[in-house]
Design a protein around this ligand. Structure first.
Ligand code: UD1
Length: 429
Protein backbone atom coordinates (compact mmCIF):
# COMPACT_ATOMS: atom_id res chain seq x y z
CA UNK A 1 0.00 0.00 0.00
CA UNK A 2 1.25 3.51 -0.76
CA UNK A 3 2.28 5.62 2.21
CA UNK A 4 0.05 8.63 2.71
CA UNK A 5 1.57 12.06 2.53
CA UNK A 6 1.18 13.62 5.93
CA UNK A 7 1.68 17.03 4.31
CA UNK A 8 3.45 18.33 7.34
CA UNK A 9 6.77 19.01 8.94
CA UNK A 10 4.99 19.28 12.26
CA UNK A 11 4.02 22.95 12.48
CA UNK A 12 0.94 24.76 11.37
CA UNK A 13 0.67 28.49 10.85
CA UNK A 14 -2.85 29.83 11.41
CA UNK A 15 -3.89 33.45 11.01
CA UNK A 16 -7.09 34.36 12.80
CA UNK A 17 -9.81 35.19 12.99
CA UNK A 18 -11.29 33.30 10.04
CA UNK A 19 -14.82 32.40 8.96
CA UNK A 20 -15.88 28.90 7.83
CA UNK A 21 -18.53 28.86 5.10
CA UNK A 22 -19.55 26.42 2.38
CA UNK A 23 -19.80 22.70 2.95
CA UNK A 24 -17.66 19.88 4.26
CA UNK A 25 -18.25 16.13 3.80
CA UNK A 26 -17.53 13.80 6.68
CA UNK A 27 -15.26 10.79 6.01
CA UNK A 28 -15.58 7.20 7.19
CA UNK A 29 -15.14 6.64 10.92
CA UNK A 30 -11.61 6.07 12.18
CA UNK A 31 -12.75 4.38 15.38
CA UNK A 32 -15.08 2.08 13.46
CA UNK A 33 -12.70 1.06 10.71
CA UNK A 34 -9.80 0.10 13.02
CA UNK A 35 -11.56 -2.73 14.93
CA UNK A 36 -13.23 -3.80 11.67
CA UNK A 37 -9.83 -4.08 9.98
CA UNK A 38 -8.54 -6.11 12.97
CA UNK A 39 -11.58 -8.40 12.65
CA UNK A 40 -10.72 -9.22 9.03
CA UNK A 41 -8.18 -11.62 10.61
CA UNK A 42 -11.17 -13.84 11.40
CA UNK A 43 -11.62 -14.95 7.79
CA UNK A 44 -9.37 -16.37 5.08
CA UNK A 45 -11.66 -14.89 2.47
CA UNK A 46 -11.42 -11.55 0.72
CA UNK A 47 -12.87 -8.50 2.48
CA UNK A 48 -13.68 -5.26 0.69
CA UNK A 49 -14.13 -2.21 2.89
CA UNK A 50 -15.66 0.98 1.52
CA UNK A 51 -15.59 4.52 2.89
CA UNK A 52 -12.21 3.92 4.53
CA UNK A 53 -10.58 7.21 5.53
CA UNK A 54 -6.98 7.85 4.51
CA UNK A 55 -5.49 8.40 7.94
CA UNK A 56 -2.22 7.66 9.70
CA UNK A 57 -4.02 5.21 12.06
CA UNK A 58 -5.51 3.28 9.14
CA UNK A 59 -2.01 3.05 7.71
CA UNK A 60 -0.70 1.71 11.03
CA UNK A 61 -3.42 -0.98 11.11
CA UNK A 62 -2.57 -1.80 7.50
CA UNK A 63 1.08 -2.36 8.47
CA UNK A 64 0.02 -4.60 11.34
CA UNK A 65 -2.20 -6.74 9.14
CA UNK A 66 0.61 -6.95 6.58
CA UNK A 67 2.97 -8.21 9.33
CA UNK A 68 0.44 -10.96 10.05
CA UNK A 69 0.48 -12.02 6.39
CA UNK A 70 -2.55 -10.22 4.91
CA UNK A 71 -2.23 -8.43 1.57
CA UNK A 72 -3.85 -5.02 1.45
CA UNK A 73 -4.54 -2.79 -1.51
CA UNK A 74 -6.15 0.62 -1.45
CA UNK A 75 -8.08 2.08 -4.30
CA UNK A 76 -9.33 5.52 -3.35
CA UNK A 77 -11.69 4.96 -0.36
CA UNK A 78 -11.79 1.19 -0.89
CA UNK A 79 -9.54 -1.22 0.98
CA UNK A 80 -9.16 -4.76 -0.32
CA UNK A 81 -7.85 -7.22 2.26
CA UNK A 82 -6.76 -10.69 1.12
CA UNK A 83 -5.00 -13.68 2.62
CA UNK A 84 -2.62 -15.27 0.16
CA UNK A 85 -0.31 -17.03 2.60
CA UNK A 86 -0.33 -18.57 6.04
CA UNK A 87 -0.80 -16.08 8.89
CA UNK A 88 2.05 -15.32 11.28
CA UNK A 89 1.27 -14.74 14.96
CA UNK A 90 3.99 -12.21 15.72
CA UNK A 91 3.50 -8.43 15.65
CA UNK A 92 6.49 -6.23 16.63
CA UNK A 93 6.51 -3.13 18.82
CA UNK A 94 7.04 -0.52 16.11
CA UNK A 95 3.54 -0.40 14.59
CA UNK A 96 1.76 -1.30 17.86
CA UNK A 97 3.36 1.56 19.80
CA UNK A 98 1.77 4.13 17.47
CA UNK A 99 -1.82 3.45 18.54
CA UNK A 100 -3.66 1.49 21.16
CA UNK A 101 -6.28 0.15 18.76
CA UNK A 102 -3.51 -2.08 17.36
CA UNK A 103 -4.03 -4.42 20.27
CA UNK A 104 -7.42 -5.45 18.87
CA UNK A 105 -5.64 -7.87 16.53
CA UNK A 106 -4.38 -9.97 19.45
CA UNK A 107 -7.47 -12.14 20.14
CA UNK A 108 -8.47 -12.81 16.51
CA UNK A 109 -4.84 -13.55 15.54
CA UNK A 110 -4.41 -15.97 18.45
CA UNK A 111 -7.55 -17.82 17.37
CA UNK A 112 -6.21 -18.15 13.85
CA UNK A 113 -2.54 -18.96 14.57
CA UNK A 114 -3.02 -20.70 17.99
CA UNK A 115 0.10 -19.03 19.41
CA UNK A 116 0.96 -15.33 19.25
CA UNK A 117 3.52 -12.82 20.38
CA UNK A 118 2.11 -9.30 20.11
CA UNK A 119 3.74 -6.12 21.44
CA UNK A 120 1.89 -4.40 24.28
CA UNK A 121 0.68 -0.91 23.38
CA UNK A 122 2.70 1.76 25.16
CA UNK A 123 1.78 4.76 27.28
CA UNK A 124 -0.30 7.60 26.01
CA UNK A 125 -0.73 11.29 26.71
CA UNK A 126 -4.30 10.77 27.93
CA UNK A 127 -3.12 8.94 31.06
CA UNK A 128 -2.68 5.33 32.07
CA UNK A 129 -4.38 2.99 29.60
CA UNK A 130 -4.01 -0.64 30.61
CA UNK A 131 -5.40 -3.65 28.72
CA UNK A 132 -6.37 -5.69 31.79
CA UNK A 133 -10.08 -5.91 30.86
CA UNK A 134 -9.08 -7.30 27.47
CA UNK A 135 -6.74 -9.94 28.92
CA UNK A 136 -9.06 -11.02 31.75
CA UNK A 137 -12.00 -11.45 29.34
CA UNK A 138 -9.88 -13.30 26.79
CA UNK A 139 -8.66 -15.71 29.47
CA UNK A 140 -12.23 -16.71 30.30
CA UNK A 141 -12.73 -17.29 26.59
CA UNK A 142 -9.71 -19.62 26.38
CA UNK A 143 -6.89 -17.29 25.34
CA UNK A 144 -4.24 -17.32 28.04
CA UNK A 145 -1.71 -14.51 28.05
CA UNK A 146 1.70 -14.11 29.62
CA UNK A 147 3.58 -10.83 29.49
CA UNK A 148 7.33 -10.69 29.02
CA UNK A 149 9.74 -8.03 27.74
CA UNK A 150 6.88 -5.79 26.57
CA UNK A 151 5.14 -8.54 24.61
CA UNK A 152 2.01 -10.56 25.28
CA UNK A 153 2.29 -14.22 24.46
CA UNK A 154 -1.04 -15.85 23.76
CA UNK A 155 -2.04 -19.48 23.57
CA UNK A 156 -5.30 -21.40 23.45
CA UNK A 157 -6.44 -23.18 26.63
CA UNK A 158 -9.63 -25.01 27.56
CA UNK A 159 -12.69 -22.92 28.33
CA UNK A 160 -16.26 -23.56 29.42
CA UNK A 161 -19.11 -23.83 26.97
CA UNK A 162 -21.06 -21.06 28.73
CA UNK A 163 -18.81 -18.07 29.33
CA UNK A 164 -19.88 -15.01 31.32
CA UNK A 165 -17.79 -11.87 31.31
CA UNK A 166 -18.68 -8.66 33.13
CA UNK A 167 -16.59 -5.62 32.22
CA UNK A 168 -15.65 -3.47 35.25
CA UNK A 169 -16.14 -0.37 33.02
CA UNK A 170 -17.77 -0.12 29.58
CA UNK A 171 -14.45 0.06 27.74
CA UNK A 172 -14.89 0.58 24.00
CA UNK A 173 -11.71 -1.27 23.03
CA UNK A 174 -12.32 -4.22 25.39
CA UNK A 175 -15.94 -4.58 24.21
CA UNK A 176 -14.81 -4.67 20.58
CA UNK A 177 -11.86 -6.96 21.21
CA UNK A 178 -13.90 -9.46 23.23
CA UNK A 179 -16.78 -9.56 20.73
CA UNK A 180 -14.35 -10.15 17.83
CA UNK A 181 -12.50 -12.85 19.76
CA UNK A 182 -15.72 -14.67 20.70
CA UNK A 183 -17.37 -15.09 17.31
CA UNK A 184 -15.19 -18.04 16.22
CA UNK A 185 -15.51 -20.04 19.46
CA UNK A 186 -17.57 -22.75 17.83
CA UNK A 187 -20.25 -24.30 20.03
CA UNK A 188 -19.72 -21.84 22.90
CA UNK A 189 -22.02 -19.10 24.17
CA UNK A 190 -20.32 -15.98 25.44
CA UNK A 191 -22.27 -13.37 27.36
CA UNK A 192 -20.54 -10.04 27.91
CA UNK A 193 -22.21 -7.55 30.26
CA UNK A 194 -21.55 -3.86 30.96
CA UNK A 195 -20.49 -3.47 27.33
CA UNK A 196 -19.80 -0.07 25.83
CA UNK A 197 -22.53 1.00 23.39
CA UNK A 198 -20.66 3.45 21.15
CA UNK A 199 -21.91 3.56 17.53
CA UNK A 200 -18.56 2.14 16.39
CA UNK A 201 -19.44 -1.07 18.25
CA UNK A 202 -22.70 -1.24 16.32
CA UNK A 203 -20.68 -0.91 13.12
CA UNK A 204 -18.40 -3.76 14.19
CA UNK A 205 -21.38 -5.99 15.10
CA UNK A 206 -22.99 -5.26 11.72
CA UNK A 207 -19.73 -6.16 9.99
CA UNK A 208 -19.26 -9.40 11.96
CA UNK A 209 -22.91 -10.40 11.50
CA UNK A 210 -22.57 -9.91 7.75
CA UNK A 211 -19.54 -12.24 7.91
CA UNK A 212 -21.77 -14.92 9.45
CA UNK A 213 -21.29 -14.26 13.18
CA UNK A 214 -24.21 -14.92 15.56
CA UNK A 215 -24.49 -11.91 17.86
CA UNK A 216 -27.46 -10.82 19.99
CA UNK A 217 -27.99 -7.62 21.93
CA UNK A 218 -26.78 -4.99 19.45
CA UNK A 219 -27.06 -1.43 20.90
CA UNK A 220 -27.47 -2.77 24.44
CA UNK A 221 -24.99 -3.28 27.26
CA UNK A 222 -25.37 -7.07 27.21
CA UNK A 223 -24.04 -8.85 24.16
CA UNK A 224 -24.41 -12.60 23.64
CA UNK A 225 -22.35 -14.40 21.04
CA UNK A 226 -22.94 -17.93 19.78
CA UNK A 227 -19.61 -19.02 18.33
CA UNK A 228 -19.56 -20.36 14.76
CA UNK A 229 -17.05 -22.54 12.88
CA UNK A 230 -16.05 -20.05 10.23
CA UNK A 231 -16.73 -16.61 8.85
CA UNK A 232 -16.76 -15.57 5.23
CA UNK A 233 -15.62 -12.66 3.10
CA UNK A 234 -17.82 -9.64 2.41
CA UNK A 235 -18.11 -6.08 1.21
CA UNK A 236 -18.89 -3.54 3.89
CA UNK A 237 -19.21 0.23 3.99
CA UNK A 238 -17.95 2.00 7.14
CA UNK A 239 -20.22 4.61 8.78
CA UNK A 240 -19.34 8.31 8.84
CA UNK A 241 -17.08 9.59 11.63
CA UNK A 242 -19.16 11.16 14.40
CA UNK A 243 -16.13 12.75 16.06
CA UNK A 244 -14.95 14.41 12.85
CA UNK A 245 -18.55 15.60 12.33
CA UNK A 246 -18.75 16.88 15.91
CA UNK A 247 -15.46 18.74 15.48
CA UNK A 248 -16.71 20.57 12.36
CA UNK A 249 -20.04 21.30 14.09
CA UNK A 250 -18.22 22.89 17.04
CA UNK A 251 -16.02 24.77 14.59
CA UNK A 252 -19.22 26.04 12.92
CA UNK A 253 -20.61 27.20 16.28
CA UNK A 254 -17.43 29.23 16.87
CA UNK A 255 -16.46 30.56 13.41
CA UNK A 256 -19.22 29.37 11.04
CA UNK A 257 -21.26 31.37 8.60
CA UNK A 258 -23.89 28.91 7.46
CA UNK A 259 -21.33 26.10 7.50
CA UNK A 260 -22.90 22.91 6.13
CA UNK A 261 -21.59 19.62 7.50
CA UNK A 262 -22.67 16.75 5.25
CA UNK A 263 -22.86 12.98 5.79
CA UNK A 264 -23.56 13.32 9.50
CA UNK A 265 -25.22 10.51 11.50
CA UNK A 266 -27.51 12.88 13.41
CA UNK A 267 -28.61 10.17 15.86
CA UNK A 268 -25.03 9.54 17.00
CA UNK A 269 -24.55 13.23 17.85
CA UNK A 270 -27.79 13.93 19.74
CA UNK A 271 -25.99 14.76 22.97
CA UNK A 272 -23.84 17.44 21.28
CA UNK A 273 -26.70 18.91 19.24
CA UNK A 274 -29.07 19.01 22.24
CA UNK A 275 -26.41 20.70 24.33
CA UNK A 276 -25.72 23.34 21.66
CA UNK A 277 -29.45 24.01 21.36
CA UNK A 278 -29.84 24.32 25.14
CA UNK A 279 -27.17 27.00 25.41
CA UNK A 280 -28.76 29.01 22.60
CA UNK A 281 -26.94 28.01 19.41
CA UNK A 282 -29.20 27.75 16.40
CA UNK A 283 -28.69 25.31 13.58
CA UNK A 284 -30.61 23.52 10.86
CA UNK A 285 -30.58 19.74 10.68
CA UNK A 286 -31.87 17.36 8.05
CA UNK A 287 -32.16 13.78 9.22
CA UNK A 288 -33.23 12.76 5.75
CA UNK A 289 -30.28 14.32 4.01
CA UNK A 290 -27.90 13.89 6.95
CA UNK A 291 -26.60 17.41 7.28
CA UNK A 292 -26.19 20.12 9.90
CA UNK A 293 -25.95 23.83 8.98
CA UNK A 294 -24.57 26.04 11.66
CA UNK A 295 -23.46 29.66 12.18
CA UNK A 296 -21.60 31.49 14.88
CA UNK A 297 -23.81 33.63 17.10
CA UNK A 298 -22.92 36.38 19.57
CA UNK A 299 -21.32 34.44 22.44
CA UNK A 300 -22.77 37.02 24.88
CA UNK A 301 -26.24 35.59 24.21
CA UNK A 302 -25.26 32.02 25.10
CA UNK A 303 -25.83 30.17 28.36
CA UNK A 304 -22.89 28.56 30.12
CA UNK A 305 -21.90 24.96 29.54
CA UNK A 306 -21.79 22.25 32.19
CA UNK A 307 -20.56 19.02 30.69
CA UNK A 308 -19.66 15.61 32.06
CA UNK A 309 -17.97 13.23 29.66
CA UNK A 310 -19.39 9.70 29.86
CA UNK A 311 -19.63 6.48 27.86
CA UNK A 312 -22.13 6.62 24.96
CA UNK A 313 -24.84 7.92 24.89
CA UNK A 314 -23.14 10.44 27.22
CA UNK A 315 -20.99 13.34 26.06
CA UNK A 316 -17.96 11.93 24.17
CA UNK A 317 -14.55 12.47 25.71
CA UNK A 318 -13.26 12.81 22.13
CA UNK A 319 -15.16 16.11 21.79
CA UNK A 320 -14.17 17.46 25.20
CA UNK A 321 -11.07 19.44 24.06
CA UNK A 322 -12.99 21.02 21.15
CA UNK A 323 -15.97 22.00 23.32
CA UNK A 324 -13.66 23.62 25.87
CA UNK A 325 -12.74 26.18 23.18
CA UNK A 326 -16.41 27.14 22.86
CA UNK A 327 -16.80 27.27 26.66
CA UNK A 328 -13.79 29.64 26.85
CA UNK A 329 -15.62 32.20 24.75
CA UNK A 330 -18.97 32.22 26.61
CA UNK A 331 -19.10 34.92 29.32
CA UNK A 332 -19.56 33.55 32.88
CA UNK A 333 -18.54 30.26 34.42
CA UNK A 334 -18.69 26.93 32.57
CA UNK A 335 -17.49 23.55 33.80
CA UNK A 336 -16.28 20.45 31.99
CA UNK A 337 -15.60 17.22 33.89
CA UNK A 338 -13.55 14.49 32.24
CA UNK A 339 -14.61 11.08 33.48
CA UNK A 340 -13.03 8.70 30.96
CA UNK A 341 -9.32 9.50 30.86
CA UNK A 342 -7.17 10.52 33.83
CA UNK A 343 -5.22 13.30 32.12
CA UNK A 344 -7.05 14.57 29.10
CA UNK A 345 -6.52 18.25 29.84
CA UNK A 346 -3.23 18.92 28.07
CA UNK A 347 -4.93 21.50 25.84
CA UNK A 348 -5.93 23.66 28.82
CA UNK A 349 -2.49 25.21 29.41
CA UNK A 350 -2.26 25.96 25.70
CA UNK A 351 -5.69 27.64 25.66
CA UNK A 352 -4.62 29.67 28.69
CA UNK A 353 -1.57 30.80 26.71
CA UNK A 354 -4.06 32.16 24.17
CA UNK A 355 -5.84 34.18 26.85
CA UNK A 356 -8.43 31.66 28.08
CA UNK A 357 -9.10 31.56 31.82
CA UNK A 358 -9.33 27.91 32.80
CA UNK A 359 -8.28 26.25 36.02
CA UNK A 360 -8.35 22.60 36.91
CA UNK A 361 -9.84 21.12 40.06
CA UNK A 362 -9.30 17.36 40.01
CA UNK A 363 -11.01 16.13 36.86
CA UNK A 364 -12.98 19.33 36.28
CA UNK A 365 -12.01 22.34 34.18
CA UNK A 366 -13.54 25.53 35.54
CA UNK A 367 -13.76 28.03 32.74
CA UNK A 368 -14.30 31.77 33.06
CA UNK A 369 -15.31 32.98 29.62
CA UNK A 370 -13.19 35.66 27.94
CA UNK A 371 -14.11 38.10 25.14
CA UNK A 372 -11.57 36.72 22.71
CA UNK A 373 -8.55 34.43 22.36
CA UNK A 374 -5.27 35.76 20.99
CA UNK A 375 -2.90 33.94 18.65
CA UNK A 376 0.18 32.38 20.27
CA UNK A 377 2.74 29.62 19.76
CA UNK A 378 1.02 26.51 21.09
CA UNK A 379 1.66 22.80 21.17
CA UNK A 380 -0.66 19.87 20.42
CA UNK A 381 -0.33 16.85 22.71
CA UNK A 382 -2.75 14.43 21.07
CA UNK A 383 -5.24 14.06 18.24
CA UNK A 384 -8.29 15.82 19.68
CA UNK A 385 -6.21 18.44 21.50
CA UNK A 386 -4.72 19.27 18.09
CA UNK A 387 -8.24 19.73 16.65
CA UNK A 388 -9.22 21.94 19.58
CA UNK A 389 -6.14 24.13 19.20
CA UNK A 390 -6.77 24.48 15.49
CA UNK A 391 -10.32 25.75 16.18
CA UNK A 392 -8.97 28.06 18.90
CA UNK A 393 -6.32 29.47 16.55
CA UNK A 394 -8.89 30.01 13.79
CA UNK A 395 -11.09 32.00 16.17
CA UNK A 396 -8.23 33.98 17.75
CA UNK A 397 -6.97 37.47 16.99
CA UNK A 398 -3.56 37.24 15.30
CA UNK A 399 -1.15 34.52 14.36
CA UNK A 400 -0.69 31.12 16.01
CA UNK A 401 1.88 28.45 15.32
CA UNK A 402 0.73 25.01 16.42
CA UNK A 403 3.60 22.56 16.88
CA UNK A 404 3.28 18.77 16.92
CA UNK A 405 0.35 19.18 14.55
CA UNK A 406 0.97 15.72 13.02
CA UNK A 407 -1.30 14.22 15.69
CA UNK A 408 -4.22 15.67 13.75
CA UNK A 409 -3.59 13.40 10.74
CA UNK A 410 -4.44 10.39 12.88
CA UNK A 411 -8.09 11.43 12.76
CA UNK A 412 -8.92 14.12 10.21
CA UNK A 413 -8.84 13.03 6.60
CA UNK A 414 -7.84 15.50 3.87
CA UNK A 415 -7.72 18.27 6.42
CA UNK A 416 -6.18 20.98 4.26
CA UNK A 417 -8.45 20.18 1.29
CA UNK A 418 -11.57 20.20 3.45
CA UNK A 419 -10.60 23.45 5.17
CA UNK A 420 -9.75 25.05 1.82
CA UNK A 421 -13.24 24.20 0.61
CA UNK A 422 -14.81 26.06 3.52
CA UNK A 423 -12.63 29.09 3.04
CA UNK A 424 -10.11 28.38 5.80
CA UNK A 425 -6.44 28.99 5.10
CA UNK A 426 -3.72 27.17 7.00
CA UNK A 427 -0.05 26.77 6.15
CA UNK A 428 2.35 24.01 7.10
CA UNK A 429 5.76 25.37 7.97
C1 UD1 B 1 -11.75 4.30 22.41
C2 UD1 B 1 -11.54 5.28 21.27
C3 UD1 B 1 -11.09 6.63 21.80
C4 UD1 B 1 -12.09 7.12 22.85
C5 UD1 B 1 -12.33 6.06 23.92
C6 UD1 B 1 -13.42 6.45 24.91
C7 UD1 B 1 -10.87 3.89 19.41
C8 UD1 B 1 -9.80 3.46 18.47
N1 UD1 B 1 -10.52 4.74 20.38
O1 UD1 B 1 -10.48 4.14 23.07
O2 UD1 B 1 -11.05 7.53 20.70
O3 UD1 B 1 -11.56 8.28 23.46
O4 UD1 B 1 -12.72 4.82 23.32
O5 UD1 B 1 -14.60 6.72 24.23
O6 UD1 B 1 -12.01 3.50 19.28
N2 UD1 B 1 -9.45 0.81 30.63
C9 UD1 B 1 -8.86 0.01 31.59
N3 UD1 B 1 -8.51 -1.27 31.24
C10 UD1 B 1 -8.75 -1.78 30.00
C11 UD1 B 1 -9.36 -0.96 29.03
C12 UD1 B 1 -9.72 0.34 29.37
O7 UD1 B 1 -8.63 0.45 32.72
O8 UD1 B 1 -8.41 -2.94 29.75
C13 UD1 B 1 -9.83 2.21 30.96
C14 UD1 B 1 -9.01 3.23 30.18
O9 UD1 B 1 -7.76 3.46 30.77
C15 UD1 B 1 -9.91 4.43 30.19
C16 UD1 B 1 -11.31 3.82 30.17
O10 UD1 B 1 -11.16 2.46 30.54
O11 UD1 B 1 -9.75 5.18 31.37
C17 UD1 B 1 -11.97 3.88 28.82
O12 UD1 B 1 -11.10 3.39 27.82
P1 UD1 B 1 -11.65 2.65 26.53
O13 UD1 B 1 -13.12 2.84 26.43
O14 UD1 B 1 -11.12 1.27 26.52
O15 UD1 B 1 -10.94 3.48 25.38
P2 UD1 B 1 -10.27 2.92 24.07
O16 UD1 B 1 -11.02 1.75 23.56
O17 UD1 B 1 -8.81 2.77 24.28
Amino acid sequence: MNAINLESSGKLLVKGPQIAKGSVKISGSKNAVLPIMAATLLTKEKVILRNVPELADVQTMTEILEYSGKTINRNDEILIIEENKELVGEIPYEPVRKMRASFNVYGPLTLRTKETKVALPGGCSLGVRPVNYHLEGLKKMGIESTTEHGYVMGKIIDSKNEINISLPFPSVGATEHLISSAVLLEGKTIKISNCAMEPEITDLIDFLSKMGAQIEGKNTSIITIHGVKELHGLEYSVSPDRIEAGTYIIMGAIIGDNLKIERVCIDDLRILLNMLEEIGIEFEISEKENYVKISKVDFKNLKNLNIDTAPYPGFPTDLQPQISVLASLIPGKSTISENIFSSRFNHIDELNRMGAKIRLEDNTAIIDGVDYLSGAPIQASDLRAAAALLIAALSAEGESIISNIDHIFRGYEKLKEKLDKIGIKIEYN
